[in-house]
Design a protein around this ligand. Structure first.
Ligand code: ATP
Ligand code: MG
Length: 413
């Protein structure tokens, strides 16, 4: 990801100027124009030009072709990478995923191949002028996500746009224009033809953001929710509970495992792992979501005095997320939060760094005391450590005494 500093804008503007001085047309394009008009900080700046990629590479020494076949050159300016793309039209999408080839063309055609009117504008940073061939300004003012051209055709040629429509609507607080919305409903089932990686990338962005419950609502209303991955359907009752859970999670960014866990919680850990695998989440994210689902129900049912368990949870990398998920579920089910509050208070009082201190008693200590290693040995060590975490054992001597007692009981049984 490129930096969001004003430097990025200056760097991109200087690239536009260089192209202009060399006799070419050049503008900012797409998301950065939209964001600027909305008074938001753009993620990054994209430059479009009528200069061919070879020419762009001649003009900028610090450049490399990243998608030469799509006419994209990455130019490095003042430490910032800016994508410079030649005006192009996307010829025929035969697979609903990627254009078969591109042809270089004029600016109007380049604007028209873009997905939504709000994403189809150019900006001239030199004169501060907006170049709008697609009615983007009107839709931006009205708060509308509308495809450029016939929505049926646009979603049929690239199915991922359906998810993008939802993401932009939620991120910007816009509504999806009715014909665009209907077209998504018509083509929703085709979403599974898109690679799981690309679907997850869009989902990740919409579900980890504050608008996650609205996003889920829109995924349901458009019918996309049942085509996120083959074989995954959500019955109305479950889908509604999921929405309530997502709404009950804190505002601001949350982790991807937490967002997925909030969706899969009713299915249990096994299904959670399968869902994550189906959508090609990373191993860390998959194991994280699975762990959260597995432990969250136990969290609310656990005993606030059972510190050992709380400490094990606290020490986990996703420890912070566990009470959040458990709370969201309590809210979603309309349960009494009292029990959760007690456990959460005890949990939050634990310092994550000191949650699982080094054991007071080691295997070596037991051997030195004359015990031979074996299965009993391991059980006793675990029990002593648990007692330590529960603060029932506070010194090495107390730990050794408890070990002796436990060894005797184990032998007796
Ligand atoms: P973000 O803030 O999420 O980066 P963005 O509008 O910049 O939003 P990008 O995915 O970075 O989105 O794409 C840049 C531009 O390329 C878009 O604004 C749009 O004009 C065009 N574009 C991207 N994906 C598609 C697509 N699938 N179909 C048509 N045009 C697209
Ligand atoms: Mg972008």
């Amino acid at each position: 990801m490129k930096p969001r500093t004003p430097d990025a804008r200056d760097a991109a503007a200087s690239i536009v100027r260089t192209l202009r001085d060399a006799g070419h047309a050049a503008y900012f394009a797409g998301g950065c124009v939209r964001d600027r008009l909305l008074g938001r900080a753009p993620q990054d700046y994209d430059v479009v030009t009528d200069a061919r990629p070879e020419r762009v590479r001649e003009l900028f020494h610090a450049s490399r072709a990243v998608g030469q076949q799509f006419g994209v050159v990455l130019v490095r300016k003042r430490g910032v990478d800016v994508e410079v793309a030649t005006f192009r039209a996307d010829a025929a999408y035969s697979d609903g995923r990627r254009p078969d080839q591109v042809t270089f063309c004029g600016e109007i055609e380049d604007a028209r191949r873009r997905d939504f009117t709000i994403n189809g504008m150019f900006e001239d940073p030199v004169t501060d002028r907006i170049i709008d061939h697609v009615g983007g300004q009107a839709d931006l003012a009205a708060g509308v996500v509308r495809t450029i051209g016939d929505p049926e055709a646009r979603f049929a040629e690239d199915h991922l746009r359906m998810l993008r429509a939802v993401r932009f609507a939620v991120a910007l607080g816009f509504r999806i224009e009715p014909l665009t919305f209907e077209a998504i409903r018509t083509h929703a089932a085709k979403l599974t033809r898109i690679s799981p990686e690309r679907i997850w990338m869009e989902l990740d962005r919409m579900l980890t953001a504050t608008g996650r419950a609205t996003a889920w609502r829109l995924l349901r209303d458009t019918g996309l929710v049942d085509h996120l991955a083959p074989g995954w359907r959500f019955e109305p009752e479950e889908a509604e509970r999921i929405e309530r859970r997502l709404a009950a999670l804190p505002t601001g960014r949350i982790s991807a495992p937490l967002s997925v866990a909030a969706i899969l919680l009713d299915r249990g850990p096994r299904d959670t792992r399968t869902f994550c695998r189906d959508l090609r989440l990373s191993n860390d994210q998959t194991e994280g979501a699975t762990w959260l689902v597995q432990e969250s129900l136990r969290f609310t049912r656990s005993d606030a005095d059972e510190f050992a368990q709380l400490r094990f949870w606290r020490a986990h990398t996703l420890g912070n997320d566990l009470p959040l998920l458990a709370h969201a579920d309590v809210v979603a089910r309309g349960e009494n939060p009292e029990r959760w509050q007690k456990v959460a208070a005890a949990f939050n009082a634990i310092d994550p760094v000191q949650a699982t201190p080094p054991p007071l008693l080691s295997g070596d200590d037991l051997t030195r005391a004359g015990y031979a290693p074996g299965p009993v040995f391991g059980r006793v060590l675990a029990a002593v450590y648990r007692a330590q975490l529960n603060e029932r054992v506070r010194t090495s001597e107390e730990a050794a005494t408890l070990a002796d007692q436990l060894m005797r009981t184990e032998r007796a049984s």
